[in-house]
Design a protein around this ligand. Sequence first.
Ligand code: IMP
Length: 185
Amino acid sequence: MRIFFVTSNEAKFREASLVLKEFGIDLMINRGYRKVEIQSDNLEDIVNNALQFICGDNSSDYFVVEDDGLFINRLNGFPGPYSSYVYKTIGLIGILKLMSGVDDRTAYFKSVVGLCGPKVGIKLFSGVVYGRIAMEPRGGTEGGFGFDPIFIPEGYDKTFAELGIDIKNKLSHRARAFRPWAIGY
Ligand code: IMP
């Protein structure tokens, strides 16, 4: 049985692969597919839709798709499902500007992971990690990707980028979505 993670994000692939290794699962990447992403306010709809394009090709392979968002409470959940676009446009500095002078810096990451394959229809799993937005980017990009340099998980004083992949993988939204997935599929 082969399991392919359909993603163009190698950092996500690396993190998910390490989590699944704990369960003896060897994750592969893409098998020629691309994630087709509809515009929606709902991560579950985005994943469901992306899987419709991939599943049911009569092979014995399984496919996984993930969609995430960073939800900032004081900004009513912005950027949420638009995180990827916001990261590419206004970036970390743009988010920090929007948060300038704001006391309530609480935020969370949410991941929705979907699986489909010969013996399962589409199954969705989700994971959340609560935390807060840092005052400035810390940790650079070597220790993480995306919003990692400005996200401090609850119970820590360091950003995900400073904490590095081993600690991030113990508590991240992605790890929390992939672990029950690994047990449940
Ligand atoms: P998408 O699920 O590929 O649409 O990604 C959403 C965006 O959220 C990504 O482009 C990243 O900027 C951000 N993101 C998702 N997961 C993480 C994470 O684990 N750390 C930091 N940023 C993330």
